[in-house]
Design a protein around this ligand. Structure first.
Ligand SMILES: Cc1cc2nc3c(=O)[nH]c(=O)nc-3n(C[C@H](O)[C@H](O)[C@H](O)COP(=O)(O)OP(=O)(O)OC[C@H]3O[C@@H](n4cnc5c(N)ncnc54)[C@H](O)[C@@H]3O)c2cc1C
Length: 332
């Protein structure tokens, strides 16, 4: 029997995993605006520029990692943490928190492994512009191409889904407002990875973890991979620094000593400037993790809004993305 056509918008973790789960039952096409897959998962030179951590209670993603035959390792936390105080650097032993894991080779390994399982390759560089319900089908228009499908799944951050795609018939006002009010998790963050010849902070008995109100980096962690030594930090705003890179190196030298002044590589991704992740509404940092989770459809149920923010379980996180895809499998 001929399979029904299903278009998935977005090749992030939610979109890719949904496609893998549903491709036996549907003829699946994934349409992706960027020239790469992964969405908020992004690797540069083996470094995670988006998510890096998975936590032990996140059962669905841990199971997926096992299925994909990928390898976890523990976040390095041995030694003292540092506080970048106005009157000098202080060291302290942080209170015990649960372990977090990272993926050998970076979180992008998961994207690659899922992509390898797809029957149809992802359509890259195709920004979806409009969705129209016509004669019991949904017409999906990108700049160059028109697709038709019985079902469409949007995995865009909900705010982006309402701000960047035109709907005909239009979204009901209440749904439009509901989706627009859902902040994009980490949409305001910038992440910076600084690579070194060796992990000299470890030799000094430091874990690499630091907190700072002086900046530019507000929170710093060890980011060593199996091949490279590195630190990473989050920064809320790069704009207020004239020489951002120099200021970061100065801060790291203050915290970890002279060897920090000699990095091999410096990578920065400012997620609020990524038009396929964030909207101007996402520029303000969030004070706390929002309470995510929603069920939303349009076009008489032919369009489903998915993605990590839709998940009632660990919404915002990788676990939320995986859980939303598993939930979709039960619905379709
Ligand atoms: C800096 C940072 C650090 C993070 N750290 C962690 C962490 O340590 N642990 C954790 O669990 N989570 C973390 N997260 C969150 C995690 O990255 C997300 O939960 C997850 O990647 C979301 O996947 P998704 O598929 O739901 O959404 P996305 O990855 O956002 O996928 C949406 C896709 O839609 C595409 N798209 C957008 N507009 C269009 C359009 N018009 N047409 C076609 N395609 C379009 C996008 O390009 C993208 O590929 C972090 C995120 C960031 C940014």
């Amino acid at each position: 029997m001929k399979k029904k056509k299903l278009v998935i918008i977005g090749a992030g973790l939610s979109g890719l995993y949904s496609a893998v789960l549903l491709q036996d039952k549907y003829d699946v096409t994934i349409i992706e605006a960027r020239n790469r897959t992964g969405g908020r998962i992004m690797g540069i030179d083996g470094h995670d520029m988006g998510p890096s951590w998975i936590w032990p209670h996140q059962k669905n993603i841990l199971k997926l990692i096992e299925i994909l035959d990928l390898e976890l390792f523990s976040q390095y936390t041995e030694g003292l943490a540092s506080y970048d105080a106005p009157d000098g650097v202080q060291h302290f032993r942080p209170s015990q928190t649960g372990p977090s894991f990272r993926l050998k080779g970076g979180i992008s390994q998961m994207v690659r492994a899922l992509e390898n399982r797809l029957e149809n390759p992802v359509k890259l560089n195709e920004k979806v512009l409009s969705l129209t319900q016509l004669n019991e089908m949904i017409v999906v228009k990108t700049l160059d191409t028109t697709y038709e499908a019985e079902m469409v799944i949007s995995t865009l951050p909900p705010r982006l889904a309402v701000e960047s795609i035109a709907y005909s018939p239009a979204l009901p006002e209440a749904l439009h407002t509901q989706l627009q009010n859902i902040p994009t998790w980490m949409g305001y963050a910038a992440k910076c990875v600084i690579e070194y010849a060796d992990a000299f902070w470890r030799d000094k008995g430091l874990s690499g973890f630091a907190i700072s109100h002086l900046g530019p980096l507000g929170e710093i962690h060890d980011a060593c991979t199996h091949e490279k030594a590195a630190l990473f930090g989050f920064v809320h705003s790069t704009e207020k620094y004239e020489n951002f890179e120099e200021d970061v190196i100065q801060q790291l030298t203050r915290l970890y000593g002279r060897k920090a002044s000699d990095p091999i590589n410096f990578h920065l991704v400012d997620w609020k400037k990524e038009p396929y992740t964030s909207t101007p509404l996402d520029a303000m940092p969030l004070r706390e993790h929002p309470s995510y989770g929603f069920n939303a459809t349009h076009f008489d149920g032919q369009l489903i809004f998915l993605g990590t923010e839709s998940s009632f379980v660990e919404g915002g996180y990788l676990e939320g993305a995986v859980t939303s895809a598993l939930g979709l499998l039960k619905r379709l």
